[in-house]
Design a protein around this ligand. Structure first.
Ligand code: CP
Ligand code: NVA
Length: 307
């Protein structure tokens, strides 16, 4: 049972739970397309807190709760007393008395845990510095839509510590996919996280391999994924990162080394000319708009299962 649990990180869940969330996401898509969404959240209110900007996550979470019959309340941090120094604990305690669940996009991952402890409510991670599990679910949903249950090879090009990569890695290794990561050797994930990912790979037969050469990483893969070089909050180190990641751009030339049926994926927002060339993201292999649409169905699945 997932009801009442927190949704912080995909590695917190076993393979069968992840498969249930994915199956539910596909069901939500069918419900939306056939105009038959059941009002699973009727009478429930959900607070959606954003400490950072958002387009897809904000829209998909708000529409998801609305479509399921619930009442979504979106709070940018600056409209809450949090911005004037009220503590996370006091905010959580108040929300615990009035709403039925919280979604939060936070600067620090630990804020999710503090909100969950103080509110006693299920908390959904809408992106933290560490992970973006709703994105990881959406990515896998999109891969399954494109390739069915074939265990195609996946590659990621960019910062090996990226939050979106962490969730992509968590779901791909939980479900038995091989993932290659092209990134500078100075950009590797935290060893304790890698230990958890490696344990999961051992259980499922998946792999996650790091390499410095993007051509080596993408060769023979069917999914090429990248994310922005500069994540929210990294503005002060932008110039340094741009120099370090200069060779880690997804170009048409790089895509030539992938399988004939390969797709390009990106969580968005994208910076054309930095992590990806316009002709790739706007080209026929690009799956980014299907991916963006699927954010809605995974949000519907998570809110309906966890609340
Ligand atoms: N992919 C994603 O989370 O986009 P937003 O930052 O616009 O929500
Ligand atoms: N890595 C990016 C993802 C945005 C959806 C960031 O954290 O800004």
């Amino acid at each position: 049972m997932l009801k009442g649990k927190n949704f912080f990180c995909l590695l917190d869940f076993q393979r069968k739970d992840i498969e249930l969330i994915l199956d539910t996401s596909f069901m939500m898509k069918r419900w939306v397309y056939t105009n038959s969404v059941q009002k699973i959240l009727e009478g429930k209110s959900v607070a959606l807190i954003f400490e950072k900007p958002s387009t897809r996550t904000r829209i998909s979470s708000e529409v998801a709760v609305y479509k399921l019959g619930g009442f979504p309340m979106v709070f940018d941090k600056n409209v809450l007393q949090l911005s004037r120094g009220e503590t996370v604990e006091d905010t959580g305690a108040v929300m615990g008395r009035m709403v039925n669940g919280i979604g939060a996009r936070v600067l620090k991952h630990e804020t999710l845990e503090r909100l969950a402890r103080s509110s006693g409510l299920p908390v959904v991670n809408l992106l933290s510095n560490f992970s973006h599990p709703l994105q990881g679910l959406t990515d896998m949903m999109t891969i399954k839509e494109k390739f069915g249950d074939r265990k195609v090879k996946i590659s990621f090009v960019g910062d090996g510590r990226d939050n979106v990569l962490m969730s992509l890695a968590s779901i791909s290794c939980s479900l038995g996919y091989d993932l290659n990561v092209a990134s500078p050797s100075s950009m590797r994930p935290d060893p304790s996280l890698m230990e958890r990912i490696e344990e999961r790979c051992d259980e499922t037969g998946a792999s996650m391999d790091f390499m410095e050469d993007p051509y080596e990483a993408v060769r023979g893969t069917s999914v090429v994924y990248t994310d922005v070089w500069i994540s929210m909050g990294e503005e002060s180190i932008a110039e340094t990162k741009k120099k370090q990641l200069g060779n880690y751009r997804v170009t048409s030339d790089l895509m030539k080394y992938t399988t004939e049926d390969s797709i390009f994926m990106h969580c968005l927002p994208a910076v054309r000319g930095e992590e990806v060339d316009a002709e790739v993201i706007d080209g026929k292999r690009s799956a980014v708009w299907d991916q963006a649409e699927n954010r809605l169905y995974t949000a519907m699945a998570v809110f309906s299962l966890f609340l």
